[in-house]
Design a protein around this ligand. Sequence first.
Ligand code: ARG
Length: 589
Amino acid sequence: MTASLLSQLSARVGQVFADCELDPKFGKVVLSQRRELGQFQCNGALAAAKSAKRNPREIAELVVAALEKTGLFQELSLAGPGFINMKLADDFLLDHVNAISKDETFGIRGECTPEKVILDFGGPNVAKAMHVGHLRATIIGESLRRLHEFLGNEAISDVHFGDWGLPMGLLIKEIELQQPELPYFDTANEGPFPSESPVTVDELQELYPAASARSKEDPEFLEAARQATFELQNGRAGYRALWQHMLNVSIAETKIDFDLLGAHFTEWKGEADTNDHIPGMLKRFADEGLSELSDGAVVVRVAEDADKKEIPPLILQKSDGAVMYGTTDLATIEQRQIAHDPDKILYVVDARQSLHFEQVFRAARKGSSLDADAVLEHVGFGTVNGKDGKPLKTRDGGVVRLRALIEDAIGEARKVVEEAGMADRFDAGELSDIATKVGIAAIKFADLSNQRMSNYVFDLERFTKFEGKTGPYQMYAAVRIKSMLRKAADQNITSGDLVITEEAERNLMLALSQLSEAVLSAAEKSAPNILCDHVYALTQEFNAFYHDCQVLGETDEKVRASRLRLCEITLRQIEAVLHLLGIAVPERM
Ligand code: ARG
């Protein structure tokens, strides 16, 4: 029993092709584009005829005659030069839906060979509040993490804090300017240092832009910051202690955002964790002749003959000894190889960093930094834009903070649920739980339902609507089924074996049977939008079913029990897919 209805059908139809002395690969079955003609179609007779140099219509007729004997189909018909339209026998469909619904992952996990996947996402930076750019990294990354977990993979998620470059030196020097009396700046002081941070996260967020601006006007300050970065990286005690404080307060702050977005990390590592690994790595690259000196800097040449555009060398170390973003990323790959020996590392990072990852991956391959068969992939994404079509900015042109964005979404959701009259039905606590879930569902679904690489316009009013292809609507569909199941329980109505009496039941079952394809191709392409499409199709079919078929009011007990079971299965599947999208469903609303 395979979880995928299409691959099962393809195998059976392929066998029929083989029996007709044709290549079984031509038996591929796909969903029909025109439902009125059939649920599925097989277009392989044309290609089979071509390769056998025979008439396509004749071949198709031969295949149809053989298919009729299998008992798999209720109806078979021919269209055009040799397209075969098919309608599945109900027994087959019923068996399939029964089988997948008995399994916790709808039979999908059983189809997969477990892999070890590292997901690098989130990517916040010390002292900088997470901004709109981190929204997609977090939402998409978390969805992929859940997807891999669902498939039975070992999913390791690492936040990869940006905590080691020049910004650290800039911050240290800025703090020194403002509070020179602190103990961290005295070279002779080896500690111990105070356990309280001298700066709050709000102060840090002010300090960084100040320092950055100062470094642009004052070359001496910039030079001092460079020096401080270098000394920090080389272990100067006071700087390390101050840096640790900055890191701690920044982590505490980002945890609030990640909790709001339901993102989970198994590792809280950062660029700084590569520090001890780097000297050995630099030496090895040099010894093996993989790196070279260029204008005083140590670089790895990564250009290849087949390149269509120029791929510049990866800089490992600048002439002043400082290491770069690429150096820490390369070292991180080596450390991940040692610690985890992964099958795959996925980087969920803004598409604009694609050159960086191309350089790093090539350098890693050159240096055999990880197993040759392990996959390195940059899972890029487009920008979140304002209504003007340009990357989202605050009214005065500033960076939009992630927290503000989330709070806006929850605020908008609260308006919508209040307008729907929920304030009268629920107490304050439950109402705010609902508003939070609706707000988060709105931004997540809106984000994930786009093709990853496209940009999209941030429009809360559209995202929070309780109709159409929105998060709140999918969530509401699930809540309605929950409430119906509660009613059934109150009336002691129990579910029973599935039967098919109406077209709408059949269509809903067909929709349920598509999960496996959706999940597997979402994982393969790192494309949560495929899951959004699936859950949307499913809620649409459910609505049609609910419209056409009585459930609790049905008088035939067997039919009623079957429909109730269909509701249970549908709810379980909607909730499972929403969970993969990182969306939680309230008990009622
Ligand atoms: N901190 C980086 C940024 O804000 C993202 C880090 C992504 N991960 C990585 N391994 N480079 O752009």
